[in-house]
Design a protein around this ligand. Structure first.
Ligand SMILES: Cc1cc2nc3c(=O)[nH]c(=O)nc-3n(C[C@H](O)[C@H](O)[C@H](O)COP(=O)(O)OP(=O)(O)OC[C@H]3O[C@@H](n4cnc5c(N)ncnc54)[C@H](O)[C@@H]3O)c2cc1C
Ligand code: FES
Length: 260
């Protein structure tokens, strides 16, 4: 396990400079952020967004930093509850309070990368792909309405209803993967999907796989212990400060699947 990174966390107002519904129910928001914030961002890190100044929701909501450009960052999110609904209705030009950049991102190892994403799990891949040698992305979703685009990376898609690419599950795409052509693998998606993917990997590939995790969060910076991820060998990791990106073999997948 890597030592916790001493990055500078900034709590500041950020103006929404663009908001767009990129797919049905899926929104992209671009925030203008201070330069010191940009200097601290690594692919895989996240922000805590205060979605409302009213009484609800009480806690900020975590979102992966999808990409960076100049002095702006983007998030891509799906409406799943009241917080994301409020966020989707927030207008361009308004400021929201952001805490970040938070957590520990991907280790940007040299060599060719394979990205494997399920649904909105791919939200952090655009920024990652811009920072590495992205050779191939395998993306799965329920339908084409839920498939994100990863600029600059050859992408193969699979959907459960067959509306884009092959019909099936992401694991169906793995049968023909030439694992030995990649130096690193990034994996993100629902826990059962990630566990199934890892179960199909040859052992040496598990060792070069980094997983971007999600957990219900309180503080977002290591204080409340509300974001536990079961650790291989016993105990727990904190998604927010030990992760959210972890080596795949540092997680106890049986226990983690059990709590989802
Ligand atoms: C590190 C991190 C990065 C994330 N990045 C993204 C992202 O890039 N795009 C995106 O769309 N979402 C992302 N999420 C999930 C996002 O934070 C939740 O969807 C959001 O907090 C839901 O808020 P809500 O008030 O709309 O829903 P709530 O009313 O709080 O919950 C609605 C439903 O969503 C589920 N849910 C809520 N939060 C989470 C969570 N953290 N993990 C799993 N299920 C959850 C609840 O169990 C419930 O079923 C991320 C979560 C974490 C921890
Ligand atoms: S969310 Fe508080 S410790 Fe992780």
């Amino acid at each position: 396990m890597r030592k916790a990174k001493e990055n500078r966390i900034i709590d500041s107002d950020a103006v929404i400079i663009e908001k767009k519904e990129i797919l049905p129910g899926i929104h992209r928001i671009t925030f203008e952020v201070p330069l010191p914030f940009i200097n601290e961002v690594e692919p895989g890190m996240f922000i805590q967004v205060e979605v409302s100044h009213d009484s609800f929701p009480v806690t900020r909501r975590p979102f992966t930093i999808s990409s960076i450009s100049g002095n702006s960052i983007e998030i891509i999110f799906e409406i799943v509850g009241r917080g994301t609904e409020i966020l989707s209705e927030t207008e361009e030009g308004r400021s929201l309070r952001l805490l970040g950049p938070l957590g520990r991102g991907y280790r940007l190892n040299p060599g060719k990368w394979l990205l494997i994403g399920g649904g909105l799990g791919a939200a952090g891949f655009p920024g990652l792909a811009a920072s590495i040698d992205c050779d191939l992305a395998l993306l799965g979703a329920a339908s084409r309405d839920k498939l994100l685009i990863i600029p600059g990376c050859e992408t193969i898609t699979i959907t459960e209803d067959g509306s884009s690419g092959r019909k099936g599950l992401i694991t169906d795409l793995l049968e023909t993967v030439r694992w030995d052509s990649f130096s690193s693998v990034a994996l993100c998606g629902p826990v059962p999907m990630m566990k199934a993917v890892i179960g199909m990997m040859p052992l040496p590939v598990r060792v070069i796989t980094q997983v971007s995790s999600e957990a219900r969060m309180g503080c977002g910076w290591g204080a409340c212990e509300g974001c536990s991820v079961p650790k291989a060998g016993g105990g727990f990791l904190k998604c927010c400060s030990d992760g959210p990106v972890f080596p795949a073999d540092s997680i106890d997948w049986e226990r983690w699947e059990g709590i989802h």
